[in-house]
Design a protein around this ligand. Structure first.
Ligand code: ZN
Length: 414
């Protein structure tokens, strides 16, 4: 564990020091140190002029001295594919717990599990970690009933454009399909992995076979686990065992997708054993069940997603190095339609599917809870916010990126 002493803050100025591997490109104002004072003295100013100037400079630097160092050393960027903001904030929708609109045969079982009299009780039944921990200790955006809107900027409202917007911090009009084309853009994962302090400490887990293309595995050389690899058991026995389970189970979506169960088992193990600085985990089941018109499975997969996030968070807090040093960012790639038929789908032709939700939790994020009456937030803010939580200015490198989600950071660093 690295402590952030006041003297280490001085070392953050790259102009004064050799690059500190932990602070490359750090968002910090210039701070005056002994070096600057010596320079003034050498200008042969009178002693009083020197002292006056020195005091002025120190006063000007005072806010910087008061700035608390960010606590975050690890970021978990976790996604669920195609989970609507409506379920996140109001729980299960009654009309869709039906055979006619939601393909639900055992309606009594699903009502017992997820139906409650109020939206608050319904959302807690569906997503207990979100409402028991995230909304109390962190922040949650996107409840349009309470004046908080979150949306994508890509205008496509489907997966590849959304994943790329989340991971690169901007939308790219050239990305207009889910085809397996290597992403021309560099993701925040690849960018971080290229820095000495993060090299080999970045990893991605996602059960959709297009994810390696979105992360451009060939160019980025990022470790990406989808379940479809053939890992040498001598290199990673856990991955190899999970890959056997993937190969042995009856496929539901062919070779395109596996269950979230496998992805979660791989990601959780990786977090516990490798303590990544940035880990991206993507759970894909909710979107697939929705496309199949199975509202019961969509709810169950969303419920599992909530539990999986809770388990990742609990594992980070149980680890002595990661406890109090880990931030969690949560997002979805797109929303879905709102009618009894269009809830199954999304895309440019379903305007409501541009709306999403976003969440943040961690030692640097003020506990503002469910946000109400706040400015609109957008999907392109996730990548720069992940970098900012790690003390890095992503936008300086990638000017197209959206603004940092300032409320997710301590006031003094904004
Ligand atoms: Zn979809």
């Amino acid at each position: 564990m690295k402590s952030q002493t006041p003297s280490s803050k001085f070392q953050r100025n790259p102009k004064l020091q050799a690059p500190n591997p932990d602070s490359e490109g750090c968002i910090r104002a210039h701070r005056f140190g002994a070096w600057d004072l010596e320079l003034l003295w050498n200008l042969e100013l009178g002693i009083w002029s020197f002292l006056r100037l020195a005091i002025l400079l120190l006063l000007a630097a005072a806010p910087a001295f008061a700035a608390p160092a960010l606590q975050t050393r690890h970021v978990l960027l976790v996604m669920a594919d195609g989970v609507r903001w409506q379920e996140v904030f109001t729980g299960a929708e009654e009309q869709l717990i039906s055979k006619e609109f939601g393909g639900v045969t055992k309606t009594n079982d699903i009502r017992k599990e997820f139906w409650r009299a109020t939206p608050e009780a319904r959302r807690e039944a569906l997503m207990p970690f979100f409402w028991g921990t995230l909304a109390k200790q962190g922040q949650l955006y996107g409840n349009q009933h309470k004046g908080s809107t979150a949306h994508v900027t890509n205008g496509k409202n489907f997966s590849y454009p959304g994943y790329s917007e989340i991971l690169c911090g901007f939308s790219d009009p050239r990305i207009d399909s889910n085809a397996k084309k290597p992403n021309a853009n560099v993701t925040v994962l690849e960018w971080l992995n290229g820095k000495p302090a993060f090299a080999g400490r970045v990893a991605a887990f996602g059960n959709w076979d297009v994810i390696p293309y979105i992360l451009n595995r060939e160019r980025s050389r990022l470790p990406i686990w989808t379940g479809f690899e053939k890992t040498d058991p001598k290199l990673n026995a856990h991955w190899a065992m999970l890959e056997k389970l993937v190969a042995d189970h009856t496929p539901t979506w062919g070779t395109m997708m596996t269950y979230d169960t496998f992805i979660h088992a791989a990601a959780l193990e990786h977090l516990k054993t490798k303590r990544p600085r940035l880990m991206y985990v993507c759970y894909g089941e909710p979107d697939e069940w929705a496309h199949l018109g199975r509202y019961d499975h969509y709810l169950q997969a969303t419920h599992h997603f909530d539990r999986f996030v809770g388990e990742l968070w609990a594992a980070s807090q149980a680890d002595p190095e990661m406890r109090g040093r880990t931030s969690l960012l949560l997002v979805t790639d797109h929303g879905r339609g709102t009618s009894n038929a269009s809830w199954k789908n999304h895309g440019a032709n379903i305007a409501d599917s541009r709306f999403i939700w976003m969440g943040a939790l961690g030692p640097d994020t003020p506990a503002l809870g469910e946000r109400t009456n706040v400015p609109t937030v957008t999907q392109n803010q996730i990548a720069p916010t992940a970098a900012a939580l790690l003390g890095l200015d992503y936008k300086a490198e990638q000017p197209q990126a959206g603004p940092v989600l300032v409320d997710a950071l301590p006031k003094i660093t904004r």
